[in-house]
Structures are given as structure tokens and as C-alpha cells.
Design a protein around this ligand. Structure first.
Ligand code: GDP
Ligand code: IMO
Ligand code: MG
Length: 430
């Protein structure tokens, strides 16, 4: 039996969806454990091209049970839209379950997200506007609505009345519109009817899988540098996207996790505001954006692009206990004559090897680079490590040295088959 966690190692969009799709062929269960439809996970396989926001990327394998876990916040309208998209493509989802403990994103959360961003002015976070932060806020405030509530009209009415007391006062104070209890109640009872077959206590399902010795994948959303505790606060998301959050959100103990795979792009991207030491605002940054199609899967916003940051990567390895690396988008670097890796930062004239907690300091650091020769030859058709050009091998070996973690998988294209398995996937579950 193995439990393998797939964690975003940078600021999101590392290619977690494509990695989960690849590994899910060997897994009995995939659990999305945190975040909401702020996530956008692209999967390209023999069934087509899909952008998933809530449904786990194991859904394409009918043998795999897919769980939207307790740590996720669910917008039922967005979920129903995603299920309709899958149905249209002929993908079945009888193998999907939603934790009855997962919290619900309500329309007033989206409104709150919008108002809060406009109040932040120049300091806006650049949220995805999906209401994710406010939904997590209400969960902590203990006025949240849970998916299980949608199945009980009376309980929902009671919980919604309590939440709206607080929410409508807030919305009106900031020029938003009060939301009507009865209409909202009716709408969410209706969502409950439509999702009834999927909303379940998921704890017994997960425990059964573990006790039968089945292989379980934990699908991360967002990434460690967006972690509410460890990321570039306040330019972060409102959850714990890392390995500890995986245990919490999926409902399994840390000793049950066999491997933690960190997914990293071979360079770095970030979407939204916040410090980004290795950001490139020049031609190379544009080249990475265009070659890498670096536009948000959820919002379509252009992603900021830069060199690989080994200081931040080491920090993320430590935070999560990452024991295998997955490198994605190596092919995007194929045309570059020189590739830079940030190996330390300079802060007020001093060399440092850590990520400062203060964003004022992180915004000031100057990256110290090591330059490596590029390979200037296409890698997208290659399927073995041995076939990679010598300079690509050298680059990957240097990344391994700097992060101190061996490589499991290298991806050289967006489709499932564009993968180089340094460690056979079956072995990751052994
Ligand atoms: P996620 O949020 O971590 O699942 O990543 P996204 O799907 O938001 O963004 C990753 C983008 O890179 C998607 O458009 C993928 O299709 C694409 N992608 C993933 N791996 C590779 C790769 O190795 N090469 C190329 N060219 N594209 C990739
Ligand atoms: P996946 O799973 C990249 C970023 C937003 C913003 C900040 C807070 O596809 O990697 P939020 O809406 O969560 O309150 O926004 O976090 N963000 C992501 N960036 N990939 C994601 O998910 C993200 N989810 C949130 O852009 O900066
Ligand atoms: Mg994404």
C-alpha cells in the first residue's frame, strides 16, 4: 500500500493535474484535499483536453475512486458545470464522492472576495475572485455551510439564516447587495438534490482503501509558496496546500504517507500579486510566457515568468518532506542559449540562503545566479533520460544537487505520454 502526495512546489500551475492524471492510472483512489475552483488543472490524455477546477484528475480512470475531500471548499454551481463538461465529453463520474464535511462557497463569498479586492486598492492580492478566501474565513469563524447541509433543508435554513445575519450586514456596509434568505435557501436545496448521489461521509471510504492496502493519491491544489502560513503572506491563498494540509484535508495520518512528490516547473511562474525574486520582465520572460502558454487556466491572466529559484525550492522541500521531484515544462527551455538558476539571494549586501518572512525583504532581495549552457534542441519527443541532450541532463542534475532530492518524473510536453519516468510510476506505489 502507498499513499503518494502530489504537492505544488512553487506558486501554482506547475502541472499537478497532468502528473495526477499519469499516476492515477495506478491508483485506487485520488483525493483532492484543499482549495476550491481557484485551481485549474489541465489534463491532456486519450479522452481529450480538460481543465479541471474541483473534480480530481483521477476521474478519467473508471477504476479509480475520486474524492473531493473535507479540506476543499466547493462551489456547487461550478461543480455542476464541470460535471456537465465531463458528461459532454463522455467521461463518467459514478466514481466521484464529495465529503459531506467540505464547506460550500456561497454567492456572498464571491461578492465579498470582489469587494475585499477593490478595498485593497494597489495592495490587492490578485485573487481568482472565486470566493475561496471568504469561504475559508467563514469556516474558521464557524458560520460556514457544509455540503452535508445541502441534503437537509431545515438544517440548511438554520445555518444560512445565521450566516446571512453576519454577511448581509458586512455586504451592505461596503456597498454590496444583501442576499435574500429564501431564494438562496431554495437554490442550495436544489443543488443538494442534484448532487445527492455524490455527497457522502468520505472518511469510511478512505479508511477502507487504507485498510485494504490500496494505493491512494493526494492531489494538491495551489502550492507551498501560496501557503497561508509559509507562503509570501498576505499574497497567498487561504489554505494549506502542502503535505501537512494533505493529511488534514484528506483525513489521514502523516505516518500513512509513503512519498511526497514535489511538482516544479523547470523555471518559475506566478499569477497575481506578490514578491517574485527571479521574475523576468524582459524578452526572456516574454519568451517563457509565449513558448510555455503561460496564461491562467482559471482566469486567463498572463502568468509572470522567471528563472528557477533554488533557494525557494529548498525551503519548499524542507516544509513538505519532499522525497521525489517531478520536473515539468523542460521543453519550454529548449531554445535558450543560457539558463540561469538562482542559488542564493543578496539582501542589503549580505548573501542569504533562506526565504525571508517579510515580503518587504523578499521584494528587495537580489537573486544570485549560476549560468548553465542551454541545449538548443527539441526535447518534446524524448521518452528516456538517456536520450536527453547532455546539457539538459546537466541542468536537471544541477537542480537535483541544489534541492537535494532525486527526480522521479520529467515532463517534456503537456500530454500524458510526454513523460520521462526516471523512477517507474509503479515503483512509486511499491
Ligand atoms: P496545475 O494547476 O499545476 O495542474 O497546472 P496548470 O494546468 O494550471 O498549468 C500547467 C500548464 O502547463 C498547462 O497548460 C499544461 O497543459 C502545461 N504543461 C504541463 N506540463 C507540461 C510540459 O511538460 N510541457 C509543456 N509544454 N506544457 C506542459
Ligand atoms: P492551481 O491549483 C496559481 C493565487 C491567485 C492569487 C492568490 C490568492 O491551478 O495551481 P485565491 O483566489 O486563492 O484567494 O487567490 O493565489 N492562486 C493560484 N495561482 N495556481 C493556482 O491553483 C492558484 N490558486 C490561487 O492568483 O495570487
Ligand atoms: Mg493551475
Amino acid at each position: 500500500m502507498s499513499v503518494v502526495a502530489i504537492i505544488g512546489g512553487q506558486w501554482g500551475d506547475e502541472g499537478k493535474g497532468r502528473v495526477v492524471d499519469l499516476l492515477a492510472q495506478h491508483a485506487h483512489m485520488v483525493i483532492r484535499y484543499s482549495g476550491g475552483n481557484n485551481a485549474g488543472h489541465t489534463v491532456i490524455n486519450d479522452r481529450g483536453t480538460f481543465k479541471l477546477h474541483l473534480v480530481p484528475a483521477g476521474i478519467f480512470n473508471p477504476e479509480t475512486t475520486n474524492i473531493i475531500g473535507t479540506g476543499v471548499v466547493v462551489d456547487p454551481a461550478a461543480l455542476l458545470e464541470e460535471l456537465a463538461m465531463l458528461a459532454e465529453a463522455g467521461v463518467t463520474f459514478d466514481n466521484l464522492y464529495i465529503s459531506d464535511r467540505a464547506h460550500v462557497i456561497m454567492p456572498y463569498h464571491r461578492e465579498q472576495d470582489r469587494i475585499q479586492e477593490s478595498l485593497r486598492g494597489d495592495g490587492r492580492i490578485g485573487t481568482t475572485g472565486r470566493g475561496v478566501g471568504p469561504a475559508y474565513g467563514d469556516k474558521m469563524e464557524r458560520i460556514g455551510i457544509r455540503m452535508g447541509d445541502l441534503l437537509h433543508a431545515d438544517t440548511l435554513h438554520q445555518h444560512l439564516a445565521r450566516a446571512l445575519d453576519a454577511k448581509n450586514t458586512w455586504l451592505q456596509a461596503y456597498g454590496g447587495k444583501a442576499q435574500p434568505l429564501q431564494a438562496l435557501h431554495q437554490q442550495f436545496v436544489d443543488y443538494g438534490h442534484q448532487l445527492r448521489a455524490y455527497i457522502k461521509p468520505t472518511h469510511p471510504l478512505v479508511q477502507q482503501a487504507l485498510s485494504r492496502g490500496q494505493d491512494v493519491l493526494l492531489e494538491g491544489a495551489q502550492a507551498s509558496l501560496l501557503d497561508v502560513d509559509w507562503g509570501t503572506y498576505p499574497y497567498v491563498t487561504s489554505s494549506a496546500p502542502g503535505a501537512a494540509g494533505a493529511c488534514q484535508g484528506a483525513g489521514i495520518g502523516p505516518r500513512q504517507v509513503s512519498h511526497v512528490l514535489g511538482v516544479f516547473k523547470a523555471y518559475t511562474t506566478r499569477i497575481g500579486g506578490g514578491p517574485f525574486p527571479t521574475e523576468l520582465t524582459d524578452e526572456t520572460g516574454n519568451l517563457l510566457r509565449e513558448r510555455g502558454h503561460e496564461y491562467g487556466t482559471t482566469t486567463g491572466r498572463p502568468r509572470r515568468c522567471g528563472w528557477f529559484d533554488a533557494v525557494a525550492a529548498r525551503y519548499v522541500v524542507e516544509l513538505n518532506g519532499i522525497d521525489y521531484m517531478v520536473w515539468t515544462k523542460l521543453d519550454i527551455l529548449d531554445t535558450l542559449p543560457t539558463i540561469r538558476i538562482c542559488t542564493s539571494y543578496k539582501l542589503r549586501g549580505e548573501t542569504i540562503h533562506y526565504v525571508p518572512s517579510s515580503i518587504a525583504e523578499l521584494s528587495q532581495v537580489e537573486p544570485i545566479y549560476e549560468d548553465l549552457p542551454g541545449w538548443q534542441t527539441p526535447t518534446d519527443a524524448l521518452r528516456t533520460f538517456d536520450d536527453l541532450p547532455p546539457n539538459a541532463k546537466r541542468y536537471l542534475q544541477r537542480l537535483e544537487e541544489l534541492t537535494g532530492v532525486p527526480t522521479a518524473i520529467i515532463s517534456v510536453g503537456p500530454a500524458r505520454q510526454s513523460s520521462i519516468e526516471r523512477v517507474p510510476v509503479a515503483e512509486l506505489f511499491a
